[in-house]
Ligand binder design. Structure first.
Ligand SMILES: [Zn+2]
Length: 245
């Protein structure tokens, strides 16, 4: 029996066009608060974390990672820190067996160093691409004390839990397929889909827009077009916090 808990690790304020480039003025220029979601999976094989969220350095200093940027503002409370979120669920960092990073952007791998006992599953292509790139700040994840398991293609993490490549937002980006006993299959999209609107339109901005479109189609096929089963990474309404079985 697998139990999935979705929780927030902070938020990023962006113009709506950042996730929905098809919008026209004035909608495209409206600033919205986009939550940053992570998820805990309790499985018979151990505790699995999907993405480690924003680092709590941003509670006091929202500009800590990229400086003052009028196009992107971080808002984060102390309760958003992943260690606090996990504590509220009765979980200590060392209890986590496996961490799956969709990719290594700072809002998805911000707390990797809080989990020195875990094995990190990241696509080999993403690891190679992210290393040394300023927009994948290594301070949060590139630590020789962490154990990375470079993965290629679709791979089993545990019974009923598989990573699947969903490139486009970044090379080697991956999503997580989870087979739940009551809810059925769900897909944790990561940044393959920022919002439900990306899945509905089959369109999302990205490093490789063609691959990104294919990845959206793959996610839709994995959930048989039931978009309630797809959890986008930054949707204010479509990624419901809570527990699913
Ligand atoms: Zn990203």
């Amino acid at each position: 029996m697998i139990e999935l808990t979705v929780f927030r690790t902070g938020a990023v304020q962006l113009a709506r066009s950042a996730f929905a480039p098809w919008l026209e003025a004035p909608e495209r220029d409206v600033f919205v608060e986009c939550p940053v979601w992570s998820a805990l999976l309790r499985t018979p094989e151990g505790l699995i974390l999907f993405d480690t969220g924003l680092h709590p350095v941003h509670v006091e200093r929202p500009e800590a990672t990229f400086g003052a940027n009028p196009a992107m503002r971080i808002t984060m409370t102390a309760e958003d820190a992943i260690v606090s979120r996990l504590a509220a669920l009765g979980v200590r960092p060392d209890d986590i067996t496996v961490v799956v990073n969709s990719h290594l952007h700072f809002d998805h791998a911000g707390n990797n160093r809080a989990f020195p006992k875990a094995t990190f599953i990241v696509q080999a292509e993403q690891l190679a691409y992210a290393k040394g790139r300023p927009n994948f700040p290594g301070v949060y994840w590139d630590d020789p004390g962490l154990t990375y398991l470079p993965t290629t293609g679709r791979a089993r993490v545990a019974q009923g839990v598989d990573v699947v490549p969903t490139p486009g937002h970044a090379p080697g980006h991956q999503s997580l397929i989870v087979e739940l006993a009551e809810t059925g299959r769900v897909v944790l999209c990561g940044d393959a889909a920022f919002t439900r609107a990306n899945l509905e339109r089959g369109e999302t901005p990205g490093h490789d827009p063609v691959a990104a479109k294919e990845s959206l189609a793959l996610i839709r096929s994995l959930v048989k077009d039931d978009l309630d089963r797809a959890f986008p990474s930054h949707d204010a309404s479509a990624s419901r916090p809570g527990t699913y079985r």
